[in-house]
Design a protein around this ligand. Structure first.
Ligand code: 2HA
Ligand code: ZN
Length: 272
């Protein structure tokens, strides 16, 4: 029995982009071992009238998501390595559809539970964030969680645990960060990885930001497109890297001045 949906060209392109970002995350050292996870709301690419949904294996989730019933998500696997995902997406991720009984899901594509597959340990963060984005009718469908080294390093430093100070630093180290990341980063105080507390704190931070740093752990970014979402984290991490490069050379970085930052704001930020 065929237990996989037909993959449209659009969906194929999304999966190719996910594999590309997974490869980059691994190469950058932002996805050591099985670190990092990715999910994308792919509902619009799944035929609405999947017949015989029951032919797809289903599994229980330990929480119910009634608002997500009927929605489909590409999601990486627990313990899956980004470097493996890059080579073989279907062996390290799945597309799941939240069932009518919303504490279950069907696996429509990819690696299945009978093959030992479990979605990422951050599944509750991912599903709660997708629910939040749908409630807000927000355009973002992509969620990337990774461990960008230099950004994480800054969250270990007392001085930068204040969002305003951290954003001032990142903007002043890279004009592109000031131009592109207009909402700045949100900062979520340390919570146990995979916990509900972390999911809730992240959603609160996503009210105001598209990139959130998890103190002493990593980052989570949302966006409309895989590569654009990755780019935003890359731009921010570059800012952190420039700062730390100066520091490790024993130099005191000057950074852009307030006047220079104001000028960028005037020139590039959209007027409200
Ligand atoms: O997927 O990065 O936060 C492993 C993690 C958990
Ligand atoms: Zn992590």
């Amino acid at each position: 029995m065929d237990k996989s949906i037909a993959v449209s060209q659009d969906l194929e392109n999304i999966i190719t982009d996910i594999a590309e970002v997974a490869r980059i995350l691994w190469k950058l050292g932002w996805a050591e071992s099985n670190a990092g996870n990715i999910s994308v709301n792919v509902t619009e690419h799944i035929p609405e009238d999947i017949r015989e949904l029951n032919k797809f294996p289903s599994k229980e989730i330990d929480k119910s998501y009634p608002e997500l019933s009927g929605f489909s998500f590409f999601i990486t696997g627990a313990g899956a390595r980004m470097r493996d995902l890059a080579k073989e997406p279907s062996g390290n991720a799945c597309i799941l559809r939240i069932a009518e009984k919303s504490n279950r899901y069907h696996i429509l594509w990819g690696r299945r539970s009978e093959l030992g597959f479990e979605p990422t340990s951050e599944i509750h963060s991912h599903l709660s964030i997708h629910r939040f984005l749908l409630e807000k009718k927000a355009p973002q469908k992509v969620i990337i969680h990774a461990h960008p080294e230099e950004l994480i390093a800054l969250t270990h430093v007392k001085e930068y645990k204040q969002e305003s100070k951290l954003n001032r630093l990142l903007w002043s180290m890279n004009p592109v960060a000031k131009i592109i990341i207009q909402k700045g980063v949100g900062l979520v105080p340390y919570c146990v990885p995979g916990s509900d507390e972390l999911a809730q704190a992240t959603i609160k931070a996503l009210e105001k930001h598209d990139v959130v740093l998890w103190e002493k752990h990593g980052c989570l970014a949302i966006g409309t497109d895989m590569l654009e979402t990755f780019d935003r984290v890359d731009i921010l991490n570059k800012a952190a890297r420039i700062f730390l490069a100066c520091k490790s050379a024993g130099l005191a970085p000057e950074g852009l001045s307030d006047a220079q930052l104001d000028e960028l704001e005037r020139l590039f930020w959209s007027k409200k």
